[in-house]
Structures are given as structure tokens and as C-alpha cells.
Design a protein around this ligand. Structure first.
Ligand SMILES: Cc1cc2nc3c(=O)[nH]c(=O)nc-3n(C[C@H](O)[C@H](O)[C@H](O)COP(=O)(O)OP(=O)(O)OC[C@H]3O[C@@H](n4cnc5c(N)ncnc54)[C@H](O)[C@@H]3O)c2cc1C
Length: 416
């Protein structure tokens, strides 16, 4: 069906990009079935994340922002502190002035599992078919389109196949057996929900502490719990299964050691966290050389996983989904895939690079720490004077659903 518009799609992966893409495709008149490997939307191992204003903007483009807004904790401000307790600066995470003088919309924070639940709920409510326990193991082209093979022996056919299957994407390997593997980012991740509320903590203000030995972030929520995450440095990539074998006691001891001596509420917050702690390693994908072929395309983490330090993984997945659906609505394949890649690649690779740099700033040596703490207030102040911060470009992004995928009819935009 090369040269024709797609009418049906197999979406592999029911994380964030998958259900949003299926909803957007439905709006574009394309029937999509989501295949998720697990029996239910993924759990969260304690992780929570931000959907930034650019991610909310993309959801709004397809009328799907309200459930996420309702489920999230508005997070309009980020404050940076040093391990000595000194305030280094802060940024406003809203997208600028609100319409008609209304308060500017803010990004939201929510549990990863809750975001999955909300997006799946929205897809199911709109009649999207989601098949759980359906793991893709192979795919091949047919004269008409593509046939996908699943681990239970079943197959499915459609005009196009979309890999929304995350950083360890099977679809990426099927597209390019020599694709570079994910890159290890040398920080460990732990997170939790504490019953302690630090003195002076304001709900909705995310406080980031560049401690002497490790990075710590916390957010007091209106529910009375304080959500936190910690990033101790992790110099060497762990062996398979090594982190999973770590006990709650091991992680608590590591955090006690990492934050001893810092002037921050990290120790109290961790101590008042009732659930067992788990830790996970961080990986990103700076450049995936092949995003698509004639009938198959990647999006979200499968195409450009980013360190959580960018705070943009979920938001970029959502942007991708809406832009890809718009391309498939307006253009035949594979042109739709080419325009999608040209529209998205430069932006997402810049986000991944920024996430890598932020991760490095979280665990500098002693000299780097002193330099960072001296320079950061100047950088933040200079940005504030110009009415911007270093990451404003990530959040100032708009997806116009009604605009054509190609700016001028028949024109192919320049690469980049
Ligand atoms: C523990 C953890 C913490 C994180 N914390 C943050 C954070 O704080 N801030 C932030 O912005 N981002 C964070 N991220 C990243 C963020 O979750 C991702 O960027 C985002 O989920 C990307 O969405 P996605 O849909 O592309 O991929 P995912 O959400 O990873 O979804 C991929 C889905 O595909 C399924 N799948 C995989 N293989 C197959 C297959 N062969 N067949 C069928 N289904 C398959 C998986 O089960 C999964 O449900 C975190 C990620 C993890 C893992």
C-alpha cells in the first residue's frame, strides 16, 4: 500500500506514547490496536514524573489533557538549593502568561503508574482496543502492509506498525539489527512517597538539592505526603539483575550515607517512607539512526529515550504521538514517516543531550561542585532577567492539530 494513506495501525507498547497515539489516530480516522506485553499497565516502583506544559499542550491538541490535569499535582515552580541549604535560584515552569489574564497553566507531577492508568482509561473510554499480554516478537512486510507476530503465536495485520515499546524496543531491533544499544547514564534512581512534610515546604514547589555527594528532589503534595527522588552517582553500569537483588536495607543505608552532612530534609523524608525502596539504573538513546522504513516507525523512548533529569520523557512521548498521528492523517506512507522524523528528530535529540548534561551536573567531583554552586545562581539570574531559563525552550512548544503536517501543500521541509 506504499503511496497510500494508512487506514489501520498496530501500535506496539501500551506505555505513554502508545495509548496517546491510538487516541490521536482515532481522531485522524485511522483504526489502531494497542498491543501491550504485560497483563496490565506498568507499575511504578515508586517513580513519579512530570508532564510539562509542552506535554499538556500536545494532549490538549487531541482533547486529552483534562484527565491528566485532574490526576496530577500542579508544579509551577522549581527551586534549586545547594547541599549547604543555600538557595541557588528557581524557575517558573509555566508556559508564560495564561489566556485572558488567567493564571498561566503549570506542568503537573504524578505517579508514573497513575499516568499510565489515566491514559489507558482515556483510550479505552474512546473505544480504542488494547490487547494486554500481547508481546511482539516479529514483523514482516506483506504486499498490503505489515504482519506482526506475538509471543502467544497470534498474528495481526495492518497498513502500518508503530514501535511505542520503550527504551528496550523490539521494533527498533527489527528495523535495524545493528542499532546502537541504550547508553548507560551514571546515576542511580530511587524514589518514594514520604509521610514527613519538611518545614517550609510549599505544595507544588519542587525543590532540587545539589547535595555534596548526591542529588535529591522533593515535592510536598496537597495529599499530605512528600514525594521524593534521589540520584546517587553510579560510576559503573550494574550487571543484569544486580539492582533488582538490592534490599530495602541496602538502599536506605546508601541514602543515609549519601545525604549525611547535607542541610536538606532528605534523611527525614527517606526515614518516613513506609514502602520498601527499590533502585533502577538510567539509560538514554542519544541518536537512533533508523526511525522508520516503508511501513514501520518508532516514537517515544524507542526512538530517543532521555535521562529523567530532563523531566521530559513523558512529554516528548506525547508530542511525538500527536505529531505522528497528524502526519499519518495528512500524508501517505512512507512520506508521513519522513515528515514525522524531520519534524521531531532535532528537538528530541536536543532534549536527550540536555538530560545527559543535567545528569552530569548532579554528580560532579568536589571542584565541579564548587564551580556549579558559584555559577548556577548567575546563570539563573541572567536567565530570569531575560525572562527565560535554560530549559524554557523545551516547554515553549505548541502542536497545532488542525495545521497541515506539511506547512505548504506538497512541500517537504528541510531536514533538521
Ligand atoms: C522507573 C522509571 C522512572 C522514570 N522517571 C521519569 C521521570 O521522573 N520523569 C520523566 O520525564 N520520565 C521518567 N521516566 C521516563 C518515562 O517514563 C518515559 O520517557 C516514558 O514512559 C516514555 O513513554 P513510552 O511510551 O515511549 O515508553 P514506556 O512508557 O516505556 O512504554 C513502553 C511500553 O511498551 C511495552 N513493551 C515493550 N516491549 C514490548 C513488546 N515487544 N510488545 C508489546 N509491548 C512491549 C512495555 O511493557 C511498556 O508498557 C522514567 C522511566 C522509568 C522506567
Amino acid at each position: 500500500m506504499s503511496g497510500a494513506r494508512a487506514r489501520t495501525a498496530i501500535v506496539v507498547g501500551g506505555g505513554i506514547a502508545g495509548p496517546v497515539l491510538a487516541v490521536a489516530l482515532q481522531r485522524a480516522g485511522i483504526a489502531a490496536t494497542v498491543h501491550e506485553a504485560y497483563a496490565a499497565p506498568a507499575g511504578d516502583v515508586g517513580a513519579w514524573l512530570g508532564v510539562q506544559v509542552n506535554g499538556l499542550d500536545a494532549l490538549r491538541a487531541i482533547g486529552a489533557d483534562q484527565p491528566v490535569l485532574r490526576a496530577g499535582v500542579p508544579t509551577p515552580r522549581i527551586e534549586f538549593r545547594s547541599g549547604t541549604g543555600k538557595v541557588l535560584g528557581g524557575i517558573d515552569t509555566t508556559g508564560g502568561a495564561g489566556a485572558g489574564g488567567a493564571p498561566a497553566p503549570a506542568g503537573v507531577s504524578l505517579k508514573r503508574s497513575e499516568l499510565y492508568r489515566v491514559l489507558h482509561g482515556e483510550a479505552l473510554r474512546r473505544g480504542v482496543e488494547v490487547r494486554y499480554g500481547s508481546r511482539l516478537v516479529g514483523a514482516r512486510r506483506t504486499a498490503e502492509g505489515v504482519r506482526a507476530e506475538f509471543d502467544d503465536g497470534s498474528t495481526a495485520t495492518a497498513d502500518v506498525l508503530v514501535g511505542a515499546d520503550g527504551v528496550r524496543s523490539t521494533v527498533r531491533t527489527l528495523l535495524d539489527a545493528g542499532a546502537a544499544p541504550p547508553r548507560f547514564v551514571p546515576i542511580l534512581n530511587l524514589a518514594g512517597y514520604s509521610e514527613h512534610v519538611p518545614a517550609g515546604a510549599e505544595p507544588g514547589r519542587l525543590t532540587m538539592v545539589f547535595g555534596r555527594r548526591a542529588f535529591f528532589g522533593y515535592l510536598a503534595t496537597p495529599g499530605g505526603r512528600t514525594w521524593w527522588f534521589a540520584n546517587p552517582p553510579l560510576r559503573a553500569e550494574p550487571r543484569r539483575g544486580e539492582l533488582e537483588a538490592g534490599t530495602d536495607a541496602r538502599w536506605r543505608a546508601l541514602l543515609a550515607d549519601s545525604f549525611a552532612g547535607d542541610r536538606s530534609p532528605a534523611l527525614e523524608l527517606v526515614a518516613a517512607t513506609p514502602e520498601p525502596l527499590r533502585a533502577w539504573a538510567t539509560y538514554d538513546l542519544p541518536t537512533v539512526r533508523t526511525w522508520h522504513d516503508e511501513r514501520t516507525v518508532l516514537l517515544g523512548d524507542a526512538a530517543h529515550a532521555t535521562s529523567p533529569a530532563a523531566g521530559q520523557g513523558a512529554s516528548q512521548a506525547v508530542e511525538d504521538a500527536v505529531v505522528l498521528a497528524r502526519c499519518l492523517r495528512d500524508l501517505p506512507v512512507p512520506l508521513a514517516f519522513e515528515v514525522f522524523e524531520r519534524t521531531r528528530r532535532a528537538r528530541v535529540e536536543r532534549v536527550v543531550a540536555a538530560g545527559w548534561r543535567t545528569s552530569a551536573a548532579k554528580s560532579p567531583g568536589a571542584v565541579g561542585r564548587v564551580a556549579r554552586d558559584a555559577v548556577m545562581p548567575l546563570v539563573l539570574r541572567a536567565g530570569a532577567l531575560r525572562g527565560q531559563d535554560q530549559q524554557a525552550w523545551m516547554r515553549r512548544h505548541h502542536v497545532e492539530w488542525d495545521a497541515p503536517a506539511l506547512p505548504r501543500a506538497g512541500a517537504v521541509p528541510a531536514r533538521g
